[in-house]
Design a protein around this ligand. Structure first.
Ligand SMILES: *Cc1c(COP(=O)(O)O)cnc(C)c1O
Length: 401
């Protein structure tokens, strides 16, 4: 049991309210500071982004937009239309522009795709990113594939294929690496899924964390985006928020068959990006940026691996395998995840996510993001102290009855 003083309990109550107001997502750090000014957040280990990528973006932004005075253009002028931004990406991604749909964040594309193209039945692996079932329209059936705890919530490809054949949904979703646990399915296995399941109308592969995954020793980038021509039912979704550290400007894209892009554009979305997102997309395709970005991507992957390694040494927790920039952690010894999260926040100023609202998880779980090296060291020390304190409290409880 984690103990709180009366003052702390007041804050715990407010935290609970704030979390409830945010629904199935976490309150943003901005909302947090506004509504709970008495809590000082030192490290945001809830939001899943690469801080070095944000630094790199800011370097360019400062030089090219702020110092040059071009910021006025971004504010005063309309950004380019959806199809024009798609053309910028097309060359860089080596994908036909007609297959690219630009979103105001990937979440807009999830909503657009599910509202427009899922007609009957969707199959979703759980635990998952909640928007996939929350945006399902009335009348569409949702089938959950509960990932097995014994398999560390990883995807068992063979039984998955069998299950899809059994249920015959028109849409399936695979987040790779998955959120909230970071489990990764190798490209050859995803391709096997695509080969076996050509009867499914929409195979959504969400690659929002793919820049953190790798299959080779040199951390080479992997992706399925180029396969859209080969598999017309494939829809690859990509948020730029996490791996480029720019959630605030809302940038994402989807790669899908031409008729889908056309159908979405015909029903709206003409100017759904803003000037800052357009600036980002142009930067993303710029050679010098891409080279520098790859360096900070790899630096961050290596540091994240060290972080995960250190987490695994801590007693009282189980760290699940992850190829993303975060880990799912199970709290043992009867610690409640909401208590643990409150304690870390109040005592150490570390903001992490409880997973008690995630369907499909059995036990007490938190999700912890990797941050900068310095922040990660601070997180490790604090977690250690928090766990030890709990152990000591237990001992006291036992001896005092
Ligand atoms: C965060 C997230 C998204 C949405 O990202 P945007 O910020 O809307 O681009 C989509 N899918 C997954 C799996 C995510 O974690």
């Amino acid at each position: 049991m984690i103990k709180f003083t009366n003052d702390e309990l007041q804050i715990v109550k407010k935290l609970e309210i704030l979390k409830n107001e945010a629904g199935s997502h976490s309150p943003s750090i901005i909302t947090f500071r506004q509504k709970l000014p008495e809590v000082e957040i030192k490290v945001d280990a809830c939001f899943l982004s690469n801080p070095y990528a944000t630094d790199l973006f800011l370097e360019y932004f400062d030089e090219e937009i702020l110092k040059s005075g071009k910021i006025r253009d971004l504010l005063e002028c309309y950004p380019s239309q959806n199809g024009v931004i798609a053309e910028i990406l097309a060359e860089f991604l080596q994908i036909n522009a007609k297959n690219i749909f630009i979103g105001n964040g990937a979440i807009e594309i999830i909503q657009a795709v599910i509202h427009n193209f899922t007609r009957r039945k969707i199959m979703i692996n759980i635990p998952t990113f909640s928007s996939y079932y929350e945006y399902v329209k009335e009348g569409v059936e949702v089938v959950y594939n509960e990932l097995s705890k014994d398999n560390d919530y990883g995807l068992d490809v063979d039984s998955y294929i069998e299950l899809v054949k059994l249920h015959r949904p028109d849409t399936i979703v695979l987040i790779n690496p998955n959120n909230p646990n970071g489990a990764y399915t190798r490209i050859k296995d995803v391709q096997r899924i695509l080969d076996e399941l050509s009867f499914v109308d929409n195979v959504i592969i969400d690659e929002s964390f793919i820049h953190f995954a790798y299959e080779t020793e040199n951390y080479q980038l992997v992706s399925l985006a180029h396969l859209v021509e080969k598999y017309p039912n494939l829809i690859v979704l990509k948020s730029m928020s996490k791996d480029f550290g720019i959630a605030g400007i809302r940038a994402g894209y989807g790669i899908m068959k031409e008729s889908y892009v056309k159908s979405l554009l015909d029903s709206g979305y003409l100017w759904n990006s803003n000037g800052f997102a357009e600036y980002f997309f142009r930067l993303y395709t710029q050679k010098d940026f891409a080279v520098k970005y790859d360096k900070v991507r790899i630096k961050y992957i290596v540091e994240t691996l060290e972080f995960i390694h250190e987490l695994k040494q801590l007693p009282g927790i189980k760290v699940y395998p992850s190829m993303a920039n975060f880990v799912l952690i199970e709290l043992m010894d009867g610690i409640k995840s909401t208590d643990f999260v409150s304690k870390l926040l109040i005592t150490y100023g570390i903001y992490i996510r409880t997973c008690d609202d995630k369907i499909g998880l059995k036990g007490q779980f938190i999700r912890l993001a990797s941050r900068s090296k310095m922040e990660n060291d601070y997180i490790i020390q604090s977690l250690k102290a928090c766990i030890e304190m709990n152990v000591i409290l237990d001992l006291v409880n036992e001896t005092t009855g």
